[in-house]
Structures are given as structure tokens and as C-alpha cells.
Design a protein around this ligand. Structure first.
Ligand code: GAL
Length: 689
């Protein structure tokens, strides 16, 4: 580069000089990372080293304390086979450390180099129609291929040996957004082995999958096809479980290398994609220290209910605080319309993340590569290396995180209400929707919204974890009910809990076979009722009862009762079959209760149902009344509860606090706060002992 410096570049150089002397002291001291981290994805390999200081100085000025580095840099780390060059990465980490910026190292295995895939073409994945992927994009590797695993292990091992004890490296991200699988013959052979391990004999497999149907009976293991989307439901479910187990072992391969060579203070995570269901996240996440996800709005604006549910889903992977390891700086480049979030919305979104249990918020990305597929994506500095307009708002978040971090340190989310979620059930419904508009994720959110509005905190967890301590457990669409899950639910109700089952629950067993009993299968006698018939709807059906009058949309299940079960709602006049029949029923079981809702409730009826469920179960709002459109999220610590309040209502709102609280961002004690649209308050209430 021979051109002379522009005015912004000059200013920037001055700033670098000032800040480098200011942070000189931290060169020698590896402090511990702040408890609440603002971060960004930084790709030092894309820029001359002479530029690094300027970037890091600007980051530091914005309150950035974490950079995620390396996750696509394999060709720089291993320019040819077995020839590793990690010196530049070491220098980048040291440079970041000078600015008291800590590093999360990404293993680069989502983007194998061209020499690798050329030399070992079997490491490229094969699509369902038999085509091998080419070089030039990412995620072109074959996750099941032994050679690929060997190469991935070696690079992870090299990185861990070099940086596993570096005090500025606080954690590891394995790969990037696991997603693409392979249908090559070798993977298929592995699937056969997987099936053998699960079923032992073909007779057993044939019986469990009812292969007498359509002459599917298998007499040799290699006759079994791979089916996705349409096929035998048992086979479809097994393939997805094999995919999940294979992602787990793919991850394990690198994770073991990192664990063996790193200090325990370095966490290991991977970045997930919200509700993405390409594998069972509970299977894969069990080996990680922490969950982390990539939170993108795409087109439109932040929907606090949907996004809140996604945070809570992610928190449920490890049932503890998580990271938002990627989020959009204003806009993305992959939606239909890549509009920007409004002024103030990015800050509100960052606090929304924290309210739901995130301990870090990291922007993707710092600066666009000059070339490459994502030139139009939002960034914090422009291609000239100087701040874009959003930088100032992110810097405000940075300052606030520095201020609020010590108050939020050690706090976590606790809820009285849990929603149960399972990948098996979502897949099973998606493969046989029966009503094309039926979306199991929408069903979960339809319950989540009103329950969250009342309880002000909700967990989303799998059906096999301990439910003790929850006052209310809601299972919308728990279609596949394993014996273990059924046992867990029965003991929850018998122990005094209130279980609410939504539509399509308890229909299938662990092999995706129909249960031999009607829905809800093994819970039928506990419920004292069952589903006599289900109906996909072309028109909403009226409903009426304890929750007022409303309608069932998309789906209606005709219920019956016995053994003291009570009818809560009935269908009105519709197809004749449903007319006057039970739509929701409930039964007391000792101190506990079980309820079944056979209708897809419209929003008003759902709000009433949520009110009834929470009141009956003794669920209390975590904070107290707030104006509609204001979201409140509590985080509990040993000495205080911290409430994050965000105004998403579109107009200013005044909130009276249930007690005097410390205003963490503005200082002082408050009994009332007024928030502009997208305004945020972080309030702290000491816990009385
Ligand atoms: C993520 C991905 C990043 C970047 C980003 C753009 O899914 O992990 O590498 O591509 O999307 O929005």
C-alpha cells in the first residue's frame, strides 16, 4: 500500500499511539476477563500485522474485552500438510492482550484448506443426490470421514499445545455452526453399525419399525437405506440420532485434544443456531462447558418473545448461563431484505441477551474482509478501518457492561415455569405435519409468550431432566414420549407438580412408532382421559369454557374423560364430530395436577389458559406488573436480584418498582423508572437473608 494517509487514518494513528501508552501497563499483567463481556469476531489473518494495533485500540475504546479468532484460518495455520504456522496467531493474541482483550480461539475445521480437500477428496461431503462438494465455500467437509477427523484432530492438537496455557485465551469454540452432513458410502456403513448397536438383530429392528408395512422387511443390514424427510418414521428418527451422535463424536475428537492440552479455566463451546434442528443439541452439548449461539434477526426487527424463547432454549442446553457468541452489528447480508436495526435497538438487544442469561455478547464481525462472500454484512468499522455510525452505540454497551459486570457477576436465571422441548418430537411432527401450517416451534412459542409475560422467567428444557422445583411444567407437542420421559413426568405430577400437555403429546414411542394406547400414551391413566380423535382443520373451530370463548386453529383433538377428570373447555359447533366435545381437560393427582389441551388456542384464549395454569400452580411474577411491551428479566445472585427492564413498546413507559432498587447504569436508588422506546434499566435489589 503506497497511498498517503487520509484524515481519518491520521486520527486513528494518533488514537493508537495514545491508547497503546494508556494500556501499556496491561501488557505485563494478564488480568482476569470482566464478568460481562463485549466481544467481536476478528480475523487478523485477513489484514497486515501493521494494522492490528489500530483495530485493537478501537475495540478497546468501545469496551470490547473479547475477540473470537481463528475459526476460518486453517490455510494460514497449516499452509501445507504438517507444516504448522501459529506464530502469527501467537502474535495476534499477544497484541490483543496488550489491550486487555481476551481471546476465544476457534478451531478452523469448518473451512478446510484447498490442499487438504484436493489431496484427500474423501474428506469432502457428498450430498443426498451423490454429488461431492467443491472447494470455495465453507462447511464442505465430511463430518464422519476418518481422514478428516485425523486432520481436524491434528490442527486442534497443535493449537491446544501452543495456546492451552496462554492466560489471554479464555476459551475455545470448536468448528462453526455444525450443519452439513454427508451421504457417502462410508458414512452409510457407519450408519449400519450404529443400527446394529441399537437394535442388535434385524428381527428386532424389523419389529420396532413395523417393516411388514410395504414389504420393508430387511434381511441384511446393507439393505437399509438412508431416508430423510419421507420414509419409515423409525428409520427417519434413527438417521437423525445417528447424525447427532456423529456430530458428538466429531466434536469429541477435537475436544479431547483441547482438554488434554489446556488449562481448566479455558472453557470449550461451539456456536449453535437457535432452533436449527439438523441434530439433537442435547446430545451434542452434553460434552461442552457452556452453550453459545449466534443470534441474528435477519430481516425485520427484534421480536423479544421469539428471541427470548431462543435464548431460553439455548440456556437449557447446559441449564446455565450461555454466550451470544455472534450477533448482528445492525444488519446481515443473507436475508431477503437486509434492513438495519433501528438506532437504540442493538443496545436493547444486547441487554435482552444479558437478561436471559448471556454473559457475553459478541458482534460478527469487526470489519469486512475486502473480498469474500460477506462484503455487505454489518460491521463495527468500515472497509477503511474507521468506525461506522453503530460503533458509538456499541461503545455505549461496552461502557455499560463494564459498569454492570460486577453486579451481574455470579447471577443466573431461575424460573418457576419450564417448557419441555425435544428434537425427536419436532422432527416427528415435521415429517408428518398432517396440516401443512402446523409448526411445532410456533406451538412452543404460542405457550411461551403468555407464560413468560406472567411469570417473567421461563426455562426451556428437555423432558428427561429433573423437574423438581418447577411449579408448572408445560409440554406443548411432546409427540415422541420415551419411557424415561414418561416416568419423569409421572413422578413430577405425583410429587405435586402441575403438568400441562399440549396437542399431539404422547402419541409416539422412542422408535417413532404409534403408542399402543391412545394419546397421551403412558400418561393416559394419570390424566384420566385420552384423545379419541385428532382433526386437522381448514377453518378455526369455536371453543368455550373456563378460559372464555375463543377458537382452536389448525388442529383439534376430541378428548374424553373418566376417573374424576374435569372438562375445562369444549368445542362449539363445527364438523359434527367435535360439537360439544371436550377440548381441554384436567385432573388432580394428590397435590399435583395434569392437564391436557387438545386445541391450538388463539392468542386470547392462550393468555387466559396461561393465567389459569399459573394461578392454579402458584406461579408468581418474578418482578411485578410492568406496562405491556416492557420486558423484565431477573437474574439471581447470592446477595442480590438484578432485573433487566427493556422497553420494546414503541413509546416511552413509566414503571413503578415493587421496592426501592439500585439503578446500576445511572446510579442512585429508584422507586420509579421511565424508559424511552428501546430504553434499558438494570436494577439491583439486595436479597434479604
Ligand atoms: C454466521 C456465521 C458467521 C457469519 C455470520 C453472518 O452464521 O457463523 O461466520 O457468516 O453468520 O451473519
Amino acid at each position: 500500500m503506497t497511498k498517503s494517509m487520509s484524515a481519518p487514518e491520521l486520527l486513528l494513528s494518533l488514537l493508537v499511539l495514545m491508547l497503546s501508552s494508556l494500556f501499556l501497563s496491561s501488557v505485563l499483567l494478564a488480568q482476569s476477563p470482566p464478568p460481562l463481556l463485549l466481544g467481536t469476531a476478528w480475523y487478523p489473518e485477513q489484514w497486515p500485522e501493521s494494522r492490528w494495533d489500530a483495530d485493537l485500540a478501537l475495540m478497546r475504546q468501545a469496551g470490547v474485552h473479547m475477540v473470537r479468532v481463528g475459526e476460518f484460518a486453517w490455510s494460514r495455520m497449516e499452509p501445507e500438510e504438517g507444516h504448522y504456522d501459529l506464530d502469527w496467531l501467537d502474535r495476534a493474541i499477544t497484541a490483543a492482550g496488550k489491550y486487555n482483550i481476551f481471546v476465544v480461539l476457534g478451531t478452523p475445521t469448518a473451512a478446510p484448506p484447498a490442499w487438504l480437500t484436493q489431496k484427500y477428496p474423501e474428506t469432502l461431503r457428498v450430498s443426498e443426490d451423490g454429488r461431492r462438494a467443491q472447494h470455495g465455500n465453507r462447511q464442505h467437509f465430511n463430518w464422519a470421514n476418518p481422514k478428516y477427523r485425523e486432520m481436524a484432530r491434528k490442527i486442534a492438537d497443535q493449537m491446544a499445545k501452543r495456546f492451552g496455557h496462554n492466560p489471554y485465551v479464555i476459551g475455545w469454540q470448536i468448528d462453526n455452526e455444525y450443519a452439513e452432513v454427508s451421504f457417502d458410502p462410508e458414512t452409510r456403513a457407519q450408519f449400519e453399525q450404529w443400527l446394529k448397536a441399537r437394535y442388535g438383530t434385524l428381527d428386532n429392528l424389523n419389529a420396532r419399525w413395523t417393516t411388514a408395512y410395504w414389504s420393508q422387511t430387511y434381511t441384511a443390514w446393507d439393505q437399509i437405506p438412508i431416508q430423510v424427510g419421507y420414509g419409515n418414521p423409525g428409520l427417519l428418527l434413527c438417521w437423525m440420532r445417528f447424525v447427532s451422535d456423529t456430530w458428538r463424536s466429531y466434536q469429541r475428537n477435537q475436544l479431547d485434544a483441547i482438554r488434554a492440552n489446556s488449562d481448566p479455566f479455558q472453557f470449550i463451546t461451539t456456536n449453535t443456531m437457535g432452533w436449527f434442528d439438523g441434530y439433537d443439541h442435547y446430545t451434542v452439548e452434553q460434552d461442552l462447558d457452556m452453550a453459545a449461539w449466534d443470534d441474528y434477526v435477519g430481516e425485520g426487527h427484534l421480536d423479544p418473545v421469539r428471541n427470548g424463547a431462543t435464548h431460553d432454549l439455548t440456556r437449557g442446553f447446559r441449564q446455565k448461563n450461555f454466550w451470544v457468541i455472534e450477533t448482528q452489528p445492525g444488519f446481515v447480508n443473507w436475508a431477503d431484505i437486509n434492513n438495519s436495526l433501528d438506532k437504540g435497538e442493538v443496545r436493547a438487544m444486547a441487554w435482552h441477551d444479558v437478561g436471559h442469561g448471556a454473559d457475553a455478547v459478541s458482534y460478527w464481525q469487526w470489519r469486512s474482509a475486502l473480498n469474500g462472500q460477506e462484503q455487505y454484512h454489518g460491521t463495527l468499522v468500515g472497509s477503511d478501518g474507521t468506525p461506522v455510525p453503530l460503533y458509538a452505540e456499541v461503545a455505549e454497551v461496552g461502557k455499560e457492561f463494564e459498569k454492570a459486570g460486577p453486579v451481574l457477576a455470579g447471577t443466573s436465571v431461575k424460573s418457576e415455569v419450564a417448557i419441555l422441548h425435544s428434537y425427536d418430537s419436532r422432527w416427528a411432527i415435521q415429517w408428518q405435519k398432517h396440516n401443512n401450517k402446523y409448526n411445532p416451534q410456533d406451538e412452543i412459542v404460542s405457550y411461551y409468550g403468555p407464560l413468560r409475560a406472567i411469570a417473567q422467567s421461563v426455562d426451556i428444557i428437555p423432558p428427561t431432566v429433573s423437574l423438581t422445583g418447577y411449579k408448572l411444567v408445560v409440554a406443548p407437542g411432546l409427540n415422541v414420549l420415551s419411557d424415561a420421559a414418561a416416568k419423569n413426568l409421572i413422578s413430577y405430577v405425583e410429587g405435586g407438580g402441575h403438568l400441562v400437555l399440549g396437542q399431539r403429546s404422547g402419541m409416539k414411542d422412542d422408535d417413532n412408532s404409534l403408542q399402543p394406547e391412545r394419546q397421551p400414551g403412558p400418561l393416559e391413566s394419570l390424566l384420566g382421559g385420552r384423545v379419541e380423535q385428532y382433526y386437522a382443520l381448514t377453518q378455526p373451530v369455536p371453543i368455550e369454557g373456563k378460559w372464555g370463548s375463543g377458537e382452536s386453529q389448525l388442529w383439534a383433538e376430541l378428548l374424553s374423560t373418566k376417573d374424576g377428570a374435569e372438562v375445562l373447555m369444549r368445542y362449539g359447533k363445527s364438523n359434527g364430530w367435535l360439537d360439544g366435545q371436550p377440548a381441554a381437560i384436567t385432573r388432580r393427582v394428590g397435590k399435583g395436577r395434569i392437564t391436557y389441551i387438545g386445541a391450538w388456542l388463539d392468542p386470547k384464549a392462550m393468555a387466559e389458559a396461561a393465567k389459569w395454569m399459573t394461578e392454579d400452580s402458584g406461579v408468581k411474577p418474578a418482578f411485578g406488573p410492568v406496562p405491556s411491551g416492557v420486558e423484565v428479566s431477573p437474574r439471581y445472585g447470592a446477595h442480590s436480584v438484578v432485573y433487566v427492564l427493556i422497553n420494546f413498546s414503541g413509546a416511552p413507559q413509566t414503571i413503578s418498582l415493587p421496592a426501592a432498587m439500585g439503578d446500576v447504569l445511572e446510579g442512585g436508588s429508584k422507586t420509579v423508572v421511565t424508559l424511552a422506546n428501546y430504553g434499558v434499566a438494570v436494577l439491583s435489589l439486595p436479597v434479604s437473608r
